[in-house]
Ligand binder design. Sequence first.
Ligand code: GLY
Ligand code: MN
Ligand code: MN
Length: 438
Amino acid sequence: MPISYDHRRRRFLEALGGLAAIIPAAVPQRHHADVEFPFRQDSDFWYLTGCDEPGAVALLLPHCPETPFVLFVPAKDPLAEVWDGFRWGTEGAVRQFGADLAHPLDELESLLPGYLQGAEGICFRVGRHPHLEPLVLRLWADQLDRAPRRGGGADRLVAPCPLLHAMRLVKDPDELERLRLAAAISAAAHERVRAMVRPGLNEADVRAELDHHFLASGTRGFAYPSIVAGGDNACILHYTANNAPLRDGDLLLIDAGCSLDDHYNGDITRTFPVNGRFSGEQRALYDLVLAAQLAALAMVRPGGTAEEVHATAVRVLVEGLLELGLLAGSVDGVIEQGAYRHLYMHRTGHWLGLDVHDVGAYRLGEHPVALQPGMVLTVEPGLYVSDRLPVPDGQPAIEDRWKGIGIRIEDDVAVTDDGAEVLTAAALKQPEAMERSR
Ligand code: GLY
Ligand code: MN
Ligand code: MN
């Protein structure tokens, strides 16, 4: 089933009440000189429109029942299209994206005040769209100036995030289907590169193979710059240099996922020995991270919380690290003091969707958000043993034999009616599979 952007707009219009929403597309970003980064659409704009036009602006106007969805788009321009490619233009915006009305972008400033008439407020995200913000704030100021004489107007400025991101947090069956596909392509990439890895290759060879697999599978490419980290590089959480030789005896951590043409993402991490055989220390820590991950996965169910998932992973890791002599004290004491954080310093997961670190609250006030069917999250515990962080007072010094081991195991998981579906199960993680013929 194709995604129904119209259905989403209707839900959002209902949630807006009397507010007029201004939802901007992303604008091209400069890479250097006159070269731009590949264009990436704003996820909120995409969620409501499915439109990839840079610089466009969507208006969602519940107070205009005849024309609730208005798009401002770059006008057709043969010369600009010769240089930069096809534009839908205003007619295309109506035909292709279901806009009730469409205008050229350069009419936004003159037409926007008219569209605000009859609205009770403006729904716009301040701080994210610097090219548009001065115009919106000026219009809001005008509304405030006139309100006393008119007895009202669009005099409130409200952020769209709470409404829109609550919608984005819970995926519908069509979105889950897309996330399953993103997960399947990402998992296949992991299986493929594990089979090719051997000592003497370079991290860059693996990265190139991931890119190739993602693009040859018809996706937009990577969802985020792949992390291909041999040995101690795996202890750098956001390592993206990806240019070191893969050494006999090291582990290789690969954190990589693709982004589909409609921006649904995969996000998988696997860790395995470059030479096909774990050392004793590597295997002990691998088994521990896997045990933590499986225990955390078992906590993903309706009514559970991301907090519980994290707490479960931390507890299993701490118990195992105490047994291995990498921590000292009592389980509860170590957890309470955070005395494990030189070995495990990140959270155990995040929402996943159109953004890799997807939108949606984790807490509402004091209360962690309860998991419900349709939510999708990652479960990604790890251990990172290096000299970078000081060992906390009272904790044992780390013997050299453990150093340079960085392990993370990450799956993408959808909450179902009665538990969870691991979307990325096709990427193997049992230690025996990680050791297969190389
Ligand atoms: N790849 C980013 C993350 O795992 O959160
Ligand atoms: Mn992740
Ligand atoms: Mn990841």
